[in-house]
Design a binder for this molecule. Structure first.
Ligand SMILES: Nc1nc2c(c(=O)[nH]1)N[C@H]1C(S)=C(S)[C@@H](COP(=O)(O)O)O[C@H]1N2
Ligand SMILES: [Mo]
Length: 449
């Protein structure tokens, strides 16, 4: 075998095992030399070999770019250390397990191609044990206490009969979604973009429930509690107990939910009763809800302190030590978009001169102003079409038909801009110890021919 052939094959392995080093080799940075800019000569040939075809837009492929074909989450690696498929009753086997104790599973972007995310494809995040399914859902009890005029004790049956339910299609997104995009790797479940889904949630507006209890002047913050035991089994510990300012709790789209996609809320998604608090980290959307306590100050439960669900006010050194005094609670999630078709690693027939792209975008409390795609590493961008949303907090489905100049290796990039004019960055910025707010643009590798 020729030396070049050996280099190419080992590069491919290197991209799997140590993408940064492989990238350095291809881009001539292995001896610490400064970046040369764009691919050329041997680097181009080696890169072409590792991605499996000539790269029509190699001229605009920036140095330092790990090709999407080799980046994390690309090829469905069969290796033992590769992604493990989820095996859970009622769940799609395409979900990828990020942790099994507690159980965490994400939805690969291409499985988020439905307009409304089916429950079978909806991501799972638990922080503690999964409680046993409630025997009699209608009898499920939860209470509202603390800084209220009268404590409320409600069964699910009473909740349904006393209040008027609403149904909204809304994104639920884990606060750590996109975490794996940080360099160096941040602490926590390595979500790609699959810690999110958009389902139809039916429930009673939380504001109505809080008004029924009557908020006192002193009411400042909510505190949420659920029936899931702590992993340790220690009954004095909560798996999670987060809360939000009263203003957020009183927004009309926050719901006390009992149905998802028209079916009674399943156990794994927090049934019989959960909160859905759209736009903010899904850790506020408490599952197996048993109690909401209204507090006269910021809540300090499990997941409220230290660097949990907090981001630095000022940029910190990536991988460095945090000064926790200068952190703030993560509120609205940042703008994000995903390509849901074609799937990463898709192959189009030789001679295809057009690719139909589809996806979704959302922007926390804001709306999506535009979604653009690029097939030339960001040199030029094409505006996509946005389908109308159903209600606030729904995701925006986008589509585009993009011409392909020739066969070869392409990266399809997508980038959304929110209603405040902020676009997704090329790489995850504002590094923080627990990796919140990683919303780098999404890209998929496609081979034509
Ligand atoms: N009781 C309880 N509620 C919870 C959690 C939990 O561990 N316990 N995890 C939260 C987090 S971090 C997320 S991302 C969402 C996930 O909701 P899902 O499993 O229905 O997708 O639930 C939230 N609600
Ligand atoms: Mo989460």
């Amino acid at each position: 075998m020729s030396t070049q052939g050996r280099i190419e094959r080992s590069l491919e392995e290197l991209y799997r095992d140590d993408p940064e080093r492989a990238d350095g080799i291809v881009h001539g940075r292995r001896t610490g030399a400064s970046r040369r800019g764009f691919l050329n000569g041997a680097g181009l040939a080696a890169m072409g070999a590792t991605v499996g075809a000539a790269i029509p837009f190699a001229g605009s492929m920036p140095a330092g770019l790990v090709p999407a074909a080799q980046a994390q989450g690309a090829a469905p690696a069969p290796a033992a250390k590769g992604p493990q498929p989820l095996d859970f009753p009622g769940k799609d086997k395409g979900l990828v397990v990020l942790g099994d104790r507690p159980l965490v599973a994400e939805t690969p972007e291409h499985l988020l191609d439905d307009e409304t995310t089916p429950t079978a494809k909806f991501f799972i995040r638990t922080n503690g044990q999964i409680p046993e399914a409630a025997a009699a859902a209608e009898g499920w009890r939860f209470s509202v206490d603390g800084e209220v005029n009268q404590r409320l004790d409600l069964t699910l049956g009473e909740l349904k009969s006393r209040f008027t339910p609403k149904t909204y299609r809304m994104v639920l997104e884990c606060g750590g979604n996109g975490r794996s995009l940080f360099q160096p790797q941040a602490r926590g479940n390595p979500w790609t973009n699959g810690g999110a889904g958009c389902a139809e949630w039916t429930g009673v507006p939380l504001s109505q429930v809080l008004n029924a209890a009557g908020l006192k002047e002193t009411a400042k913050y909510t505190a949420h509690y659920g029936a899931d035991p702590h992993l340790s089994g220690d009954a004095t510990k909560d798996s999670l107990s987060r809360g939000m300012p009263i203003a957020k709790a009183m927004e009309e789209h926050g719901l006390v939910v009992f149905a998802m996609n028209g079916e009674p809320l399943s156990n794994i998604h927090g049934g019989p009763v959960r909160l859905v608090v759209p736009g903010w980290p899904a850790s506020l959307s408490h599952k197996w809800l048993t109690r909401i306590t209204i507090r006269d100050r910021e809540h300090d439960g499990q997941g409220m302190t230290g660097t949990a669900y907090r981001v630095p006010n000022k940029p910190m050194v990536p991988g460095g030590k945090a000064d926790e005094r200068d952190f703030r609670i993560l509120e609205s999630m940042p703008v994000r978009s995903i390509v849901t078709a074609p799937a990463n690693g898709a192959r189009l027939p030789a001679g295809s001169r057009e690719v139909a792209m589809r996806g979704a975008a959302w922007a926390g409390d804001l709306t999506v102003a535009r979604v653009d795609v690029s097939i030339d590493f960001g040199a030029t961008w094409i505006a996509t079409q946005l389908a109308p949303t159903r209600n606030r907090y729904d995701w925006s489905r986008w589509s585009a038909s993009v011409p392909l100049p020739s066969d070869g290796y392409y990266e399809l990039w997508v980038r959304a801009t929110d209603s405040a004019g902020k676009a997704q960055p090329h790489v995850a910025g504002n590094w923080n110890p627990q990796g919140y707010g990683g919303n780098a643009l999404h890209r998929v590798a496609v081979l034509v021919g």
